[in-house]
Design a protein around this ligand. Structure first.
Ligand code: SF4
Length: 454
């Protein structure tokens, strides 16, 4: 029986309302699109592939190519082996990718299709590759799909006997192409030789040239994934997203890895650069020290507008944790921090951050939905919402400013070109946050208080 007492929240275990996640294949498709010359392939029915592609296209405002095994009743009953065989042949014949990255769907998982067996039976053209990942959507979220596909690539392609490359393998976590570009800029500024995997820059933010290219110039090269086994170390960014693939590379090729939070805000960016400093034994260049100082400067400049303000943060686990840490660095309170992706480590990690900053009465929850977040907000209000587009109903209903950060952002443009990582990303976040809070103040204050602040 549900307890409907005002102010009390009913416990739900078998219902999600306005979920704060999407399904595994969406993440698998994004990871595959970060590999040069790759065709993601959805092993299931056509509707799933359409949904995954549409979801990615709406966020990135770019075409998200993919093929599908196009299950009908026959494949659903007898298995999708014949569909996969025909699909892979057609895709190689017609669209000529270097690699096809197959992910499963709810349907192919439920009927128990054995992708290892199917793929070992395929007639794959010389020089071409097929990899796969199991991505059942009734488990986890797009984050699990993303790292499962990364792990699939590593399991198929990374060579334990690869020669030492002297490079750092960098796993960027589930971030936008703009973030990947910013990480690359930081790595280059540090003089690092690296392979970023996956790398959606130059693919999901490719320029308009007037000519459609099915496989734009960006993306991690297949041969570089094969050589990951010869890396010096893996820097796995996003503790809850990149652990699994970094571990897979260690298991297969013996490459040690360092797990780091997404470099959002001051301390987490410091940790990324200090890891590079220790690995490369090179000083942090003056230009990055200057950027750090600039971020501290803008944090101080506007602190009276955001210090003490309460935020509700929702989204992907590593992004939400990075944002929570950053708002605490700014003197705000991350009153609610939620992710739709299940995993107790998220709550544990959020608790550690709350304690580190002395933040009191904050709530963190994994496998949460935005309906529940809305109920929390009704019981105790916040000053600002930080997360993707699906929070806009809460923003409207409660008249709370929403700062769009993370995934998915379906109702704005150009966001995915700009970073939230690094010191510069911190400056952008701060501008967005402070702007939203100051706009609200300007809207609500008396005419005589509409002064220009110094
Ligand atoms: S059926 Fe499963 S894989 Fe297909 S779109 Fe729905 S949740 Fe995703």
């Amino acid at each position: 029986m549900l307890d409907m007492t005002p102010g009390k929240l009913a416990e739900r275990s078998a219902l999600r309302v306005n979920p704060c996640k999407t399904c595994q294949p969406v993440g698998a498709m994004y990871a595959a699109l970060g590999v040069h010359g790759c065709m993601p392939h959805s092993h299931g029915s056509q509707g799933c592939a359409s949904y995954h592609r549409t979801f990615l296209s709406r966020h990135f405002k770019e075409p998200a190519i993919a093929s599908t095994s196009s299950f009908t009743e026959g494949a659903s009953v007898f298995g999708g082996g014949a569909n996969l065989r025909a699909g892979v042949k057609n895709v190689f014949d017609i669209y000529r990718p270097d690699v096809i990255a197959v992910h499963t769907t709810c349907l192919s998982e439920t009927i128990g299709d054995d992708l290892n067996a199917y793929i070992s039976d395929l007639d794959i053209p010389e020089g071409k590759l097929v990899v796969h990942a199991n991505t059942p959507s009734y488990v986890g979220s797009h984050i699990n799909g993303f790292y499962n596909m990364m792990t699939g690539f590593i399991n198929y392609l990374a060579r334990p006997e690869a020669e030492k490359t002297g490079k750092i393998a960098v796993f960027p976590g589930f971030v936008n192409p703009g973030d990947m570009r910013e990480l690359q800029r930081l790595l280059k500024a540090m003089g690092a030789a690296f392979t970023m995997f996956p790398d959606a820059s130059g693919v999901m933010d490719a320029p308009m040239t007037g000519h459609y290219e099915m496989y734009p110039g960006g993306g991690t090269r297949v041969e570089d994934i094969a050589r990951l086994g010869g890396s010096e170390i893996t820097l796995a960014l996003g503790e809850l997203t990149s652990d699994e693939p970094a571990n897979a590379l260690k298991r297969k090729c013996g490459v040690e890895y360092k797990l780091l939070p997404l470099p959002i805000g001051v301390a987490f960016t410091d940790r990324f650069l200090m890891a590079l400093f220790r690995q490369l034994k090179r000083d942090i260049p003056a230009e990055l020290e200057e950027e750090r100082g600039q971020l501290l400067d803008v944090m101080l400049d506007g602190h009276f507008y955001y210090a003490g303000k309460k935020a509700a943060i929702y989204g992907d686990p590593d992004t939400a944790l990075g944002l929570a840490n950053f708002v605490m660095e700014m003197g705000m309170t991350p009153k609610y921090v939620v992710t739709g992706t299940p995993g107790a480590a998220f709550v544990r990690r959020a608790g550690e951050l709350f304690r580190l900053h002395g933040a009191k009465d904050c709530l963190a929850k994994d496998a949460a939905d935005l309906f529940e977040l809305h109920q929390w907000i009704k019981n105790e209000r916040v000053d600002v919402l930080i997360g993707g587009s699906y929070g806009k109903q809460i923003a409207r209903a409660e008249d709370i400013p929403l700062v769009r950060v993370g995934f998915p952002i379906l109702d704005r443009y150009a966001h995915s070109y700009f970073p939230i990582v690094g010191y510069r990303g911190g400056m952008r976040l701060l501008e967005l946050l402070a702007g939203a809070l100051m706009d609200r103040q300007d809207r609500d204050c008396a005419d005589e208080d509409m002064e220009m602040v110094m």
